[in-house]
Design a protein around this ligand. Structure first.
Ligand code: DAU
Length: 345
């Protein structure tokens, strides 16, 4: 194993933060989690995730909001992290039409506070979540990182695009190496109850209709959570170099397709399954696994939604030698097993 790291993760009671913390703890690292345990969805699920993490002696946590700058400062100062992974956010595409302020508070103000603590503590690497939603109105697939991201369709996507830009400015000004990830519809055990897989599984088991947007003519690059956190783990070690280091290294050559900034130790990387799955095929996979048909309630396209996503993960592969590849049927089967066990159904 490499040297044990002290890792500070925001969002450890959340879906992805929980899985990442578990992976790092299993590898022998120390993790301090920070989570506001908001009631955007069932807080018991968040508390269960945190309770499981607390079984590791190397896990400690602060339960506070990102907007609480003093609490965040105190927690990071005490943790003295080598690495900060900022995953806490107000997530969800459609909820941003209902409660836009939550996205301003958590994603803009909260991320600003994370950038400020990183500036003060100077970890060796700061990594932060962005989203495939930043590709907005792009229709040319797959999405490579170089595609334009100037046409967000929701305030959610706009705040995440702003996070990428804020992080770039801080990396340029203050020199903390920073990596942004663009996630593609992450799913799996301990997943978010507002997302399609969770809602569809619940509806099918309860015999209630499931809402299928755009009459099922939707495509998503569904990314299995274990693959995603494996990619994050590998990216922790792929620290973006500063422009001065590049100039000093003789014969330095950029990686093909790298997004490394010419003026900052900053890059952005897609993490997806490099596959695009038709929503109706996804529904059929859930039905097959549950052995029960869904009652389909076909609805029109929801405002702010994008019809298709598909990640080009060549850069991730070049940086880490790894790219996610769990077939969606296998990932769905693992989720359904977890769902039944968790709910005792
Ligand atoms: C919740 C729900 C979703 N859908 C459709 C919309 C999408 O085509 C597909 C998957 O929806 P979701 O599971 O909500 O995921 P998606 O809209 O891609 O958004 C997710 O993935 C994004 C990209 O990583 C994240 O930034 C978001 O936080 C996350 O919620 O299913 C339905 O047809 N009915 C539903 O009730």
């Amino acid at each position: 194993m490499t040297q044990p790291l002290r890792v500070f993760i925001t969002g450890t009671a959340g879906f992805i933060g929980f899985h990442l913390a578990r992976l790092l703890l299993d590898e022998g690292h120390t993790v301090h989690g920070y989570d506001g345990i908001t009631d955007y969805y069932d807080v018991r699920l968040k508390q269960r995730r945190h309770a499981l993490l607390r079984e590791y002696p190397a896990f400690t946590a602060t339960e506070a909001m990102l907007e609480d700058a003093a609490a965040l400062e105190a927690a990071t100062r005490a943790a003295q992290p080598d690495v900060i992974v900022h995953l806490a956010a107000q997530a969800g595409v459609r909820y941003s039409l209902e409660n836009p302020r939550a996205y301003i508070d958590a994603n803009l103000v909260g991320t600003f506070h994370v950038l400020e603590v990183a500036r003060a503590l100077r970890p060796r690497h700061l990594l932060m979540a962005s989203t495939s939603s930043v590709y907005g109105a792009n229709t040319e697939l797959p999405f490579g990182e170089e595609r334009k991201t100037d046409t967000p369709l929701t305030l959610y996507a706009a705040t995440k695009k702003a996070n990428e830009a804020m992080a770039h400015a801080y990396a340029h000004l203050h020199g903390v190496p920073t990596t942004l990830f663009r996630f593609f519809t992450v799913y799996g055990p301990w997943g978010r109850p507002d997302m399609a897989l969770f809602k569809f599984t619940r509806g099918i088991l309860e015999g209630t209709p499931i809402d299928i947007y755009n009459h099922g003519e939707m495509y998503r690059d569904f990314t299995y959570v274990d693959d995603l956190v494996r990619a994050i783990r590998l990216l922790i070690d792929a620290v973006p170099s500063a422009p001065s280091e590049r100039h000093a290294a003789s014969g330095w050559q950029p990686l093909q397709g790298d997004t490394l900034s010419p003026v900052a130790p900053w890059r952005v990387v897609n993490i997806g399954n490099s596959d695009t799955v038709r929503l109706l095929d996804f529904v059929e996979a859930i039905e097959a696994e549950l052995g029960k048909p869904a009652i389909r309630n076909f609805l029109p396209m929801q405002s702010g939604d994008v019809p298709a996503t598909w990640a080009d993960c060549s850069l991730l592969k070049r940086l880490t030698g790894y790219a996610p590849q769990t077939p969606f049927r296998e990932g769905v089967a693992r989720f359904v097993r977890w769902y039944r066990e968790y709910h005792g159904v």
